[in-house]
Design a protein around this ligand. Structure first.
Ligand SMILES: N=C(N)NCCCC[C@H](N)C(=O)O
Ligand SMILES: O=C(O)CCC(=O)C(=O)O
Ligand SMILES: [Fe+2]
Length: 328
């Protein structure tokens, strides 16, 4: 993020979704426009909405609706998929269990991650090994979500191709060793109405200010609650107000390192001051778990020749966050 933006741009990525895998795309005016808009958005707000993404609005709604149904189940039922260190930090966390900058967040969530087989990345991934805990209720939850994940993975791959071109990188810069085997994270999140949280455990934030950890985030948020806020350079909080049928996208820490800061992630937070329970479903498209990410040469050259960030192994960054994010 590098500007005093007052609003988050909306990009119709239809031409990108349709043409980005087509060898003849280089001359497509519609696609070139999208790439310019992505470049501006990544430089200014670090956030943008996408429409024309090809995922039916009915699926976006259905995914939020099953999430809402789950959070409205009795606590004992939700605890059947409780997140613990033994579950690889996968599963359900109650309100206040997630902590940001030392303060409990007023949200409940189910965390899902790319399954990791024991030993796959050696000691690096040990704390997160395992497969996901899916609830029995509502029925079909896992099939619905697995289909959703597969669609969002493909959409994210295409948007990252667009971002590669926007940066002036090769089309496949975020494939192969960088993100050819992208690690994904899915967070199904519920933000209760403040008055419904016992006073002694209540804080004023649904999710404290943070940047996301990987490459690209796609948020599917409720249509009727305005709660996600994005910080501009002057420190003003700008609402990412709901626009039905869109995803709110933002860039993450790995893109900052790789681009040597040409694209920077933006601080954001969630405050639900509304009289409604808010649901959002965030999909995080990340590097390969074992990718060692460092400023790439052509981005260094564009930014004065010196690397501004040290090399980071994505999986180490993630595990360090996951191990410190919870009080259980
Ligand atoms: N995978 C992602 N990005 N999750 C975002 C959660 C942000 C809050 C977390 N407690 C933190 O402090 O990072
Ligand atoms: O709930 C939202 O709108 C955003 C959540 C978020 O920023 C996150 O989980 O990283
Ligand atoms: Fe976030």
């Amino acid at each position: 993020m590098g500007s005093d933006f007052k609003a988050i741009p909306l990009i119709d990525i239809g031409p990108l979704v349709e043409k980005i895998d087509d060898p003849a795309m280089a001359a497509d005016e519609g696609l070139l426009d999208v790439i310019r808009m992505l470049d501006d958005a990544c430089k200014d707000a670090g956030f943008f909405y996408v429409k024309g993404h090809g995922i039916p609005e009915s699926l976006l709604t259905e995914v939020r609706d099953v999430t809402r149904k789950f959070f409205h189940l009795p606590h004992e039922e939700k605890l059947k998929i409780k997140m613990t260190p033994q579950s690889g930090y996968r599963g359900y966390q109650r309100v206040g269990e997630n902590v940001t900058k030392g303060k409990p967040d007023m949200h409940e969530a189910i965390d899902c991650y790319t399954p990791i087989e024991p030993g796959k990345y050696g000691a690096l991934a040990k704390p997160m090994e395992g497969s996901n805990l899916w609830p029995d209720h509502p029925p079909n939850f896992d099939a619905l979500l697995e289909n959703y994940i597969s669609l969002l993975r493909d959409l994210s791959r295409k948007i990252m191709r667009g971002i590669a071109l926007a940066l002036g990188a090769p089309l496949d810069a975020f494939e192969g060793g960088m993100a050819g085997d992208p690690f994904w994270v899915l967070r199904l999140i519920g933000y209760p109405v403040s008055a419904d949280i016992p006073q002694e455990q209540r804080t004023d934030t649904g999710c404290g200010s943070h940047t996301d950890y990987g490459l690209l985030t796609l948020v599917n948020q409720d249509d009727d609650v305005c709660a996600l806020e994005v910080r501009n350079l002057s420190g003003e909080w700008i609402y990412a107000k709901p626009i039905p049928g869109t995803f709110v996208c933002n860039i993450g820490d790995m893109l900052k390192v790789w681009s040597n800061g040409i694209y920077q992630p933006t601080l954001h937070r969630v405050v639900n001051n509304s009289p409604r329970y808010r649901v959002s479903v965030a999909f995080f498209y990340e590097s390969n778990f074992d990718a060692a990410v460092e400023p790439v040469e052509f981005c260094r050259e564009k930014t004065g020749g010196v690397a501004k960030y040290e090399k980071v192994v994505y999986g180490e960054h993630l595990v360090q966050k996951v191990l410190t994010n919870f009080v259980m």
